[in-house]
Write a protein that binds this ligand. Structure first.
Ligand SMILES: Cc1cc2nc3c(=O)[nH]c(=O)nc-3n(C[C@H](O)[C@H](O)[C@H](O)COP(=O)(O)O)c2cc1C
Length: 195
């Protein structure tokens, strides 16, 4: 049975996402993802949250990318959302686990064909002489690849399993609220932090 404090933390994240999406602003599902390389150097970039539930937060990427190589060596990661329309932030620290090939293929199948083709032709984070090379590869793939496009083996997915969730809510009087949910040895604990 899941921990009620953890359930509350996930429910709050889902609720904030809903309210942020309802603002009509684009990319409310974008989250900055911080990873660490083998020397301990951090790096951060945005990825799209594709699903959230009590198992964690799911996102997809290319196995050749810097983030994927970082996560292979060190599965600890942090993500951060800032939803400007509702003046809220969420930070989630945890450990990633790789998603199954079936889960990755299921998400890939829901993407628009043009997106699937770019995933097929782009070796993410590898250098390229000119983007025209990529445009030509995409045009050729568009003309030759059958429908549906199959998911390439380099396309992978991760689930960030939370160990700490912080929800920051801005307040006009500057008494911003920071609700923190942390996994402890005896279950999840809640605390309120000063802003
Ligand atoms: C709003 C936004 C959403 C993005 N979503 C993804 C994504 O879901 N997966 C992905 O691999 N890259 C995504 N990117 C591109 C990454 O930020 C990044 O440039 C790319 O993944 C290479 O990162 P890396 O070399 O650090 O691994 C997104 C970029 C932006 C601005």
């Amino acid at each position: 049975m899941s921990d009620p404090i953890y359930s509350e933390a996930i429910a709050r994240l889902e609720d904030a996402l809903e309210r942020a999406r309802a603002s009509g602003r684009r990319n409310m599902d974008a989250m900055s993802l911080a990873t660490v390389d083998p020397t301990g150097a951090p790096s951060v970039r945005h990825v799209l949250l594709k699903a959230i539930d009590e198992r964690g937060l799911r996102f997809f990427t290319d196995a050749r990318s810097e983030k994927a190589r970082d996560l292979e060596g060190n599965p600890r990661a942090s993500v951060c959302f800032y939803w400007e329309p509702i003046e809220e932030q969420a930070r989630i620290d945890g450990t990633v686990v790789r998603l199954s090939d079936e889960d990755v293929a299921a998400d890939f199948a829901k993407r628009p064909r043009a997106g699937q083709i770019m995933i097929r032709v782009s070796a993410q984070s590898e250098p390229i002489d000119t983007l025209d090379t990529l445009r030509a590869a995409a045009a050729e793939a568009e003309a030759t690849l059958p429908d549906p496009v199959t998911c390439p083996s380099d396309w992978i997915g991760f689930c960030l399993v939370p160990q700490r969730i912080e929800h920051w809510q801005g307040s006009r009087d500057r008494v911003h609220s920071r609700s923190v949910f942390t996994a402890g040895e005896d279950g999840w604990v809640f605390s309120l932090l000063q802003p």
